[in-house]
Design a protein around this ligand. Structure first.
Ligand SMILES: [Zn+2]
Length: 395
């Protein structure tokens, strides 16, 4: 049995619990973006440790516009989730997508207004690629599993997301049809965007419950109609999700897993510490990588008693520019992973002036600023070694 929570299921209208879980625990996960829609129910299903979250909260208390999507995705990320299977009730905008059919969409049109749709801002800018908003690998798994669960599946389709909570007007419904949209709902965004920003694979199982309001011969959508059809569909949805959980890839090969790699524009050293803390589960490994890049540009001093680090690409005379004598890390190197103190990663320190007296002297033997100043410990080690070999008095 896996202990790591690799997968999460978000249940939409009518899908308020995930049956068949074992070793269940309920978690209240606080996030910098507030509390998720409800407590996370974590259990084991189909060999996967999975977190279940009812999108509208237990008892269906939260409007589509009020769903704390950032808190939901951030909470998943805190648990280490890599895959999110989202189940949503939708209206059909196409004759052949009948009520009780299932759709695994591959495109989105955003008609929401004013929803917080990014984790970024407050000193950090990122532009993720979102041309294909769903994970192709997870979509395939979900479509195959839903077909195996006995449903009629439409693999692909454009999902238009409206603000709600009112249903569309007839003119709007026909407009969306003219745009080529296939299904309509209220909750896929910003969820899908946030999942991509968090480098989580995300796919939707959309349960068609009605023909919205465009159809001439079918009754206009109503909440009562949706609930009645959802109750017929929920068992198929659960079976489809269970089958999909058993087929998740061991290793992700899709681009979702590195969506931020080329998306973050801001130099991480300039990102405010508070922002880095808030986004720790999302950008933390990139912060660590930047530290690693910085470290790869320096080398361990062979004569240093404490493994002190020095710049690799500077000349011999300037080897003390990050000597370990005193002072805080220089501003350009004050990057640290959120869970560890700076000294654990960055042991090289700048002197008060940022330059060792010895390196100044090496560059200019007559430099007045170097006279009378004590070289940093790295240089003292070198000098001791040099003096030992020449018989001169040590520094
Ligand atoms: Zn993916």
């Amino acid at each position: 049995m896996a202990d790591r929570v690799r997968a999460a299921v978000i249940g939409g209208s009518g899908f308020y619990a995930m049956e068949g879980l074992s070793d269940v625990e309920e978690l209240r996960v606080d996030t910098p973006f507030g509390l998720p829609s409800d407590n996370l129910v974590v259990g084991t299903l189909a060999g996967e440790r999975v977190a279940f979250l009812p999108r509208h909260g237990v008892g269906h208390r939260i409007l589509p516009s009020e769903i704390p999507a950032r808190a939901n995705i951030h909470a998943f990320k805190q648990l280490g989730v890599e895959f999110v299977l989202s189940v949503s009730a939708v209206g059909s905008l196409r004759e052949d997508i009948e009520p009780l059919h299932m759709v695994v969409p591959d495109q989105l049109i955003d008609r929401t207004r004013g929803r917080a749709s990014t984790f970024f801002g407050d000193g950090i800018v990122a532009h993720i690629a979102f041309a294909d908003p769903f994970c192709p690998e997870l979509r395939t798994v979900l479509a195959d599993s839903t077909r195996e669960a006995g449903a009629t599946v439409h693999n692909g389709g454009t999902f238009v997301v409206i603000e709600g909570p009112a249903f569309s007007t007839r003119a709007e419904s026909n407009l969306y049809r003219s745009w080529g949209a296939d299904i309509i709902g209220m909750t896929a965004l910003p969820e899908a965007k946030l999942a991509r920003e968090a480098e989580i694979c995300y796919a939707i199982l959309a349960c068609s419950t009605d023909y919205d309001v465009w159809h001439d011969t079918h009754e206009d959508v109503s909440a009562e109609m949706i609930v009645a059809n959802l109750l017929q569909n929920v068992e198929v949805s659960r079976n489809a999700v269970r089958l999909a959980l058993g087929r998740l890839p061991e290793v992700r090969n899709c681009a979702c897993s590195y969506a931020l790699r080329d998306a973050i524009v801001t130099r991480l050293a300039l990102v405010p510490e508070e922002t880095k803390r808030r986004l720790g589960p999302i950008i933390g490994h990139y912060v660590v990588q930047e530290v690693a890049r910085w470290r790869s540009s320096i080398r361990v001093s062979s004569g240093s008693p404490n493994g002190m680090l020095r710049p690799a690409r500077t000349g011999p005379g300037s080897s003390c520019t990050r000597g370990a004598d005193s002072g805080a890390p220089s501003s350009s190197s004050a990057i640290r992973p959120l869970s560890r103190p700076p000294s654990a990663y960055i042991r090289g320190r700048a002197s008060a002036s940022g330059v060792c007296a010895l390196s100044i002297a090496a560059r200019s033997r007559n430099s007045s600023s170097a006279r009378g100043r004590r070289p940093c410990s790295a240089c003292r080690s070198q000098i001791r070694a040099s003096n030992a070999s020449t018989g001169r008095r040590s520094v």
